[in-house]
Design a protein around this ligand. Structure first.
Ligand code: UD1
Length: 417
């Protein structure tokens, strides 16, 4: 497996086209199981989680082709209802196949999903929604069996927490259910809106996506569809951090600024300057960043948990002490040990990180512990004196199509070795 080599202290300048969104495309790929025909998904990022999703689709009986960021899925002959355990373990988002397989086959068998180790990540809310839609559920030998012999039936359900994945699974399972489903306390992330847009384009009747109340009128069938995935707001946030720690001047293209407000306001407070062009953001940062009193991750439109690790790397070279509080996941700070190897002063107490900004970090060999933690090490490496080598880049490739190529294109001294 290649490692990433970074020689730090190079100022980033130039233009990056931001890739399609991982968190938008994964539920869309899972939802394609419902379609009686073809889904053509353009701007689909070439990342490991997409490759795993394709393996799941093929195992279920779909036929897929993936070239030049265009994924074509023919779901006509899907005939299996069990997702293989090894594929479930490869990524947490495999649980997104629950709603679509159950909706299409009237039964589904899954095991516990894997993915980044960010603490316990139960799927109790997903399961509760499927039960509310009329599924019988049983557990045996580590597998969960869902069955709705006469099809799912519309329901009224209030999610106990606005879980992104549970909102997506409940929408997807409701699309072909009989009658109307109302979901309250939904997640409002832009990726939910993209999923609803994709399904509506295929003939579903979903309203309210992006608000905390979503209504789905069940339809009999979904037809073939072509859909372009929007930009990845977490990748954009990563490259803002990268520009910020190198005193850079970077234009991020294909970006919808309205989805980046919480990230932009945090980096503005830290001293970055933003200007806007059509579908693009320019970030400039001349001086060392200012520290931030407290930043807390929140559900959308709050500061995204996934952008926390790269922000922490940026703050580890800021002027003064900053505090970051992680409110979504219990264990998001494994990467901090690796950051300390580079001289960062980051103390973790439960969900709170206290970051004492240092004038310099120093290159070191370190290991990507998870997807966003791995990206945070790349950002730290860009700011550090000397050479950083990051191992276990498979974690990073789960979500970044070409982090090395993107950063090299804006003058970073970075390569795969
Ligand atoms: C999605 C994103 C992930 C992001 C997260 C929060 C995708 C593919 N992944 O993950 O990148 O970090 O949203 O913005 O879109 N929970 C339960 N029970 C459940 C479901 C969730 O307790 O049934 C808890 C989780 O353990 C976690 C919190 O709720 O602590 C948020 O999880 P959720 O919003 O579901 O995140 P994901 O959909 O897994």
């Amino acid at each position: 497996m290649p490692s990433i080599y970074v020689e730090g202290k190079k100022r980033l300048t130039g233009k990056i086209k931001v890739q399609g969104s991982k968190n938008a495309v994964l539920p869309i790929i899972a939802a394609s199981v419902l379609i009686d025909g073809k889904s053509v998904i353009t701007n689909c990022p070439k990342i490991n989680d997409v490759e795993t999703s394709i393996k799941i689709l093929e195992q279920l009986g779909a036929v897929c082709s993936f070239e030049d960021n265009c994924l074509i899925i023919d779901s006509t002959n899907i005939n299996k209802s069990a997702v293989r355990e090894d594929l479930m373990r490869e990524m947490r988002s495999s649980s997104l196949f629950l709603g679509s397989v159950l909706g299409r086959m009237n039964e589904a068998v899954i095991s516990s999903p894997g993915g980044c180790d960010l603490g316990p990540r139960p799927i109790d809310i997903h399961i509760r929604s499927m039960r509310s839609l009329g599924a019988d559920i049983s557990e045996r030998n580590g597998y969960i069996f869902f069955s709705a012999k006469n099809g799912l039936k519309g329901t009224y359900t209030v999610l106990p927490f606005p879980s992104v994945g549970a909102t997506e699974n409940t929408i997807v399972a409701s699309v072909l259910a009989r009658g109307k489903t109302v979901i309250e306390n939904c997640a409002k992330e832009p990726e939910i809106v993209e999923l609803a847009d994709f399904l509506n384009k295929a003939g579903a009747r979903i309203t309210g996506a992006g608000s905390d109340r979503i209504v789905i009128e069940g339809v009999k069938k979904l037809r073939s569809v072509t859909f372009a995935v929007g930009f990845d707001r977490i990748v954009a946030a990563t490259y803002i951090s990268a520009a910020a720690v190198t005193g850079g001047d970077v234009l991020l293209c294909d970006v919808d600024t309205s989805k980046m407000r919480s990230v932009i306001s945090v980096f503005e407070e830290a001293g970055c300057n933003f200007s806007y062009e059509e579908n693009a953001i320019r970030v400039r940062c001349r001086d060392r960043l200012n520290s931030l009193s407290t930043v807390k991750s929140h559900v959308y439109p709050g500061f995204p948990t996934d952008a926390g690790p790269t922000l922490i790397s940026a703050l580890s070279v800021a002027k003064g002490t900053s505090i970051f509080i992680e409110s979504i996941f219990e264990n998001r700070y494994d990467f901090a040990c690796e950051l300390r190897r580079m001289g960062a002063d980051v103390k973790i107490d439960g969900r709170t990180a206290v970051i004492l900004g240092r004038e310099n970090l120093y290159g070191a060999r370190c290991v990507a512990t998870d997807l966003r933690g791995g990206a945070a090490l790349v950002v730290a490496g860009l700011s550090a004196c000397g050479t950083t080598i990051i191992d276990r880049t498979d974690h990073i490739k789960r979500g970044y199509q070409d982090i090395v190529g993107d950063l090299a294109a804006v003058s970073a001294d970075i390569k795969e070795i």
